[in-house]
Design a protein around this ligand. Structure first.
Ligand SMILES: N[C@@H](CCC(=O)N[C@@H](CS)C(=O)NCC(=O)O)C(=O)O
Length: 217
């Protein structure tokens, strides 16, 4: 039974890809060319009617929504420690709570910074500035929490990759990440993981295959 990830390089689907790499699963990756609005193409809408990445075909079951996919993968492959152990209900709650926060609070702020015109028919710069203000508040708290470690302290979790994806994408939209040396150092630690290096290699191969040369991974 195969596993297929539908993704676009540097989009939030890289968090799911990083989870697959951390677990060590064998999977196919299919690029959905968002530059060509591939996420809205009829053939992709058959896979994910929401018209978004990521989607995953997990052994014949189509799954969407990053948080739910990550939660599912963690439940199936607990040895990878993507999140706190699920056998303790309070720890399990914490992992789910953090995933929902990433997808429901942090990701929309990133979208507000990176694609403000999608939020307003008026001046997008006001929307972007509001997003940057919200992200600054989040980063002040996060810097204190992460310090020299990871989101959960001594051990990496998929929340670290999710947060890294959020900050780095916000930075591409003008967010001043360099004001937060703790988060810059955290980004370097996320990128230094062998699983993340494999993600970058697969994303680069996908970009090359699509003939896209101007996306920084
Ligand atoms: N709630 C979804 C959001 C996914 C999402 O917004 N994906 C973006 C890429 S980061 C996308 O596919 N955007 C294409 C579009 O909105 O047309 C999740 O967390 O998985």
């Amino acid at each position: 039974m195969t596993i297929t990830l539908y993704h676009f390089p540097a989009a939030c689907s890289r968090v799911t890809m990083n989870a697959l790499e951390e677990i060590g699963l064998s999977y196919d990756d299919v690029s959905v060319n968002m530059r060509a609005l591939g996420q809205k193409a009829p053939e992709y809408l058959v896979v994910n009617p929401k018209g978004k990445v990521p989607a995953i075909d997990f052994k014949g079951h189509i799954m969407t929504e990053n948080a739910a996919i990550l939660w599912f993968l963690h439940s199936q492959y607990p040895a990878a420690s993507l999140l706190p152990a699920q056998d303790d209900p309070l720890q399990a709650y914490q992992g789910l709570s953090d995933l929902v926060w990433c997808s429901g609070t942090i990701h929309p702020i990133v979208r507000q910074i990176r694609m403000p015109a999608k939020w307003t028919s008026g001046d997008p710069e006001g929307v972007r500035a509001d997003g940057i203000d919200k992200m600054l508040q989040e980063c002040i708290t996060l810097s204190e929490r992460i310090a020299q470690g990871w989101w959960y302290g001594p051990s990496w979790s998929i929340i670290d990759t999710y947060l890294y994806w959020a900050f780095s994408t916000a930075e591409k939209g003008g967010f001043p990440l360099d004001q937060f040396p703790v988060l810059v150092a955290h980004a370097e630690r996320v990128r230094a993981r062998p699983s993340f290096a494999r993600v970058l290699a697969r994303e680069q191969a996908a970009l090359d295959a699509m003939g896209i040369a101007d996306i920084v991974l």
